[in-house]
Design a protein around this ligand. Structure first.
Ligand code: NDP
Length: 336
């Protein structure tokens, strides 16, 4: 049973030495337990937070402990009445080959699903994040302008496609020409701006002649600086993620931009609201799954997966995700 543990805590950006590949025994399930074979592992930006100590909404991973993550897994042995060998489930597991489970939190996947790994992206946590954040907090209306960054990624790509379904003008922001071309040509956004363009702020301004009504915040940093002056009166800003800051070790050097932000919030009556998607599972997730499965089935929402082959490649794929080297939802294929 290969597994990847946290070997040391990163100082700034994670490096390969922060991870260690170990061998352990394949565990035996007791009465009431299952042995799961992990097939796909989801890599997500929040895992960076769990590598550091300090208070957050999820507990840190301990040194020497196996890294956690969402998986799609196959039941190998079942001593549990509700599961049979061969069942495929979505689980919250770990960066390893095999898991023990008592069945809690497992979601059986339809064996007819053409892409079981979609349970880690468009039909799972990132898709639910996009759906809830945009619809419940962003409240987009037809004809409004919606802007989202990391637009080719797991969350951003789904945000933009839902906003198109709702009749909005949708402008993506992404790192590089290839990603921008994909976002417009394949996902149907109205425009996409390269955040690495030296004229990024001016180009973004030109792409939103009516201003911005909904800014779905995935990144923070220089992107937010360019967005803030373009927000309209009564704009909504679902604050989903701040990936530009996850490797920060201190607050940025001045000037202090808080008064500028506060003045904009006040004078433009902006509503900024943070959310953590794990608060919203339950009936709302079932409603999401019903609607999103329909859109995916009809081809109205697409997802691009960036698949890393082999558990041993998970650390490099994760480091790449935080640097924007991924192109689509990052998934590790552990086994067939
Ligand atoms: P993505 O698939 O979008 O991958 C991350 C992307 O972030 C990179 O590809 C890159 O895109 C972009 N990025 C990296 N560094 C920077 C930077 N310095 N400035 C701007 N962009 C950067 O990841 P996800 O879709 O899984 O996650 C997107 C965001 O949503 C993250 O902030 C994540 O933490 C958040 N999230 C929040 C949840 C919640 O409950 N609140 C749940 C799930 C996700 P590019 O090169 O195109 O710029």
């Amino acid at each position: 049973n290969r597994r990847i543990v946290l070997a040391s805590r990163p100082n700034g950006a994670p490096v390969p030495e922060n991870f260690r590949l170990e061998q352990a025994e394949v565990p035996s399930p007791a009465q009431g337990q299952l042995l799961l074979r992990n097939l796909f592992l989801s890599l997500d930006p929040y895992m960076r937070g769990r590598m550091s100590e300090g208070p957050s909404y999820v507990a840190p991973v301990g040194l020497g402990e196996v890294m956690g993550g969402g998986t799609v897994s196959r039941v190998e042995i079942s001593n549990h009445p509700d599961f049979r060998p061969g069942d495929v489930v979505a689980a919250y597991g770990n960066w390893q080959d095999y898991e023990l489970s008592d069945g809690t939190g497992l979601v059986k996947l339809d064996p007819a699903l053409p892409h079981p790994s979609y349970a880690l992206s468009v039909l799972g946590m990132p898709g639910f994040t996009a759906w809830h954040g945009l619809l419940a907090i962003g409240e987009p209306k037809a004809g409004e302008t919606v802007v989202v960054a990391s637009a080719s990624g797991a969350v951003g790509s789904v945000v933009g496609q839902i906003a198109r379904i709702k009749g909005c003008r949708v402008v993506g922001i992404a790192g590089g020409e290839d990603k921008c071309r994909y976002v417009v040509d394949e996902l149907g956004f109205d425009a996409c701006i390269d955040r690495r363009d030296p004229d990024f702020a001016a180009t973004l301004k030109a792409a939103v002649p009516q201003g911005i009504d909904v800014y779905f915040e995935n990144v923070g940093g220089a992107v937010f600086d360019a967005v803030l002056p373009l927000l309209n009166v009564h704009a909504r800003v679902p604050v989903c993620g701040l990936i530009a800051h996850y490797n920060d070790t201190a607050l940025p050097a001045g000037p202090d931009k808080l008064p500028l932000l506060s003045r904009n919030i006040l004078t433009k009556r902006i509503r900024m609201q943070g959310f953590i998607i794990s608060d919203h599972y339950g009936p709302e997730f079932m409603e999401f799954l019903r609607q999103m499965s329909g859109w995916v089935g009809e081809g109205k929402v697409k997802i691009r997966e960036d698949i890393a082959e082999g558990l041993e490649n998970a650390p490099a794929a994760f480091i790449g995700l935080l640097e924007g080297r991924n192109f689509g939802k990052v998934v590790v294929r552990i086994a067939d």
